[in-house]
Design a protein around this ligand. Structure first.
Ligand code: FMN
Length: 359
């Protein structure tokens, strides 16, 4: 049996195979932040992965990355999220969700009038409408993450991913470029790590073993953490009790001597470095379009699970076909990135072509 197809057990939870549906924002919601029929269809269409992660879902009304982002900041949002967890479970996947705060990547418009909050105002462009976080704000946002995690449990999720990558609030604290604070949350690496490490401990204390608590960590980013700092951050999360980590990065990564030269993406190899250095269960991501690539990564044991993003947007049945060996019937993502961010998956040219052919 191919390694990719084998199950694994994390914190006593069985995951049927090593394919993960990466968190992929749809922007299908509205000001309410609630799940609607479009989400149900979108997620319901995608079957096959062992773990499926609902897109970045904001824990605070002022932490939105777009005006139509999903939310987990109000009890009225639980019912819809419960439907998504149910859809994942009925497909045999472990139901996961990514909880998020955009910090300075938010805008007044995205927040429906609320001012974005940032670690350091001095690190932002002068014209940026925002306010610097007070210590009280920091603690309130950490509590929002805790409440978000509790709502996720109520909705039935068993994997909760804290967003610590891609330039959002977690990263804004970690990076010396966006964090110029002079209090206990800024300055030294230890201080810059404080927000995320405290956050993990608080969520862990609140929900215990009711879900796997992971983090999507930008382990090395241009203008962010260095790889050594990323390893240090992962090691500290592990020391606090985290077993599983999802390694990613949104910005161009500097040429890293540590990255081995092989057929896989820099991001996948970054995940491999974190696995090797920390011994954590690592989800790797980045550039997997063909089943053969995912199979080769799994076989080489670079990371434990392989998250797939654009390829699953392009062909909703990518994971199912991969597991069934129907590789030839996969509609392969051409990497045009038209699905990226503020456009919608419906604009995928491969999908448009396919739908035309089916008519
Ligand atoms: C349309 C789109 C939406 C995304 N939304 C999220 C998100 O909500 N949270 C996140 O951490 N990453 C998000 N990403 C990044 C993906 O999870 C993934 O890391 C990235 O696409 C690289 O993997 P791939 O090469 O398999 O696509 C998004 C990417 C795309 C293309």
């Amino acid at each position: 049996m191919k390694k990719l197809h084998t199950s694994l057990s994390i914190e006593n939870r069985n995951i049927k195979n090593r394919i993960v549906m990466a968190p992929l924002a749809t922007w299908f919601s509205d000001k309410s932040g609630r799940v609607n029929e479009k989400h149900i269809t979108h997620y319901g269409d995608r079957t096959g992965p062992g773990l499926m992660i609902v897109e970045a879902t904001t824990v605070s009304p002022e932490g939105r990355l777009c005006a139509e982002q999903l939310g987990i900041f109000d009890d009225s949002q639980i019912e819809g999220l419960k439907k998504l967890a149910g859809i994942f479970k009925s497909s045999g996947a472990l139901p996961g969700i990514q909880i998020h705060h955009a910090g300075g990547r938010s805008t007044v418009e995205y927040n429906h009038g609320l001012l974005p909050l940032v670690p350091s105002k001095s690190a932002m462009k002068e014209e940026k409408e925002c306010r610097e976080l007070t210590i009280e704000d920091i603690h309130r946002i950490q509590s929002d993450f805790v409440r978000g995690a509790q709502r996720a449990i109520e909705a039935g999720f068993e994997y909760i991913e804290l967003h610590g990558a891609h330039g959002y609030l977690g990263t804004q604290f970690l990076s010396p470029i966006t964090n110029k604070r002079e209090d206990q949350y800024g300055g030294s690496l230890e201080n810059r790590q404080r927000f995320l490490l405290e956050l993990y401990s608080m969520v862990k204390k609140a929900i215990g073993n009711q879900a796997i608590i992971s983090c999507r960590l930008g382990a090395a980013e241009k203008d962010g953490l260095t790889m050594e700092e990323g390893i240090d951050t992962a090691e500290k999360l592990k020391a606090l009790g985290m077993n599983t980590i999802h390694i990613s990065s949104a910005h161009t990564i500097p040429d890293l001597d540590l990255i081995p030269k092989n057929d896989f993406s820099t991001l996948i190899n970054m995940g491999g470095i974190i696995k090797e250095k920390t011994g954590m269960t690592v989800i790797g991501v980045g550039g997997v379009k063909e089943p053969g690539t995912a199979e080769a990564i799994a076989e080489a044991g670079i990371v434990d699970m392989i998250a797939v993003g654009k390829a699953i947007l392009c062909d909703p049945q990518w994971a199912q076909k991969t597991i069934e060996g129907k590789n030839d019937s996969i509609h392969v993502c051409i990497g045009c990135r038209r699905c990226f961010w503020f456009t919608t998956p419906e604009k995928c040219p491969v999908r448009i072509k396919r739908e035309k052919a089916q008519r």
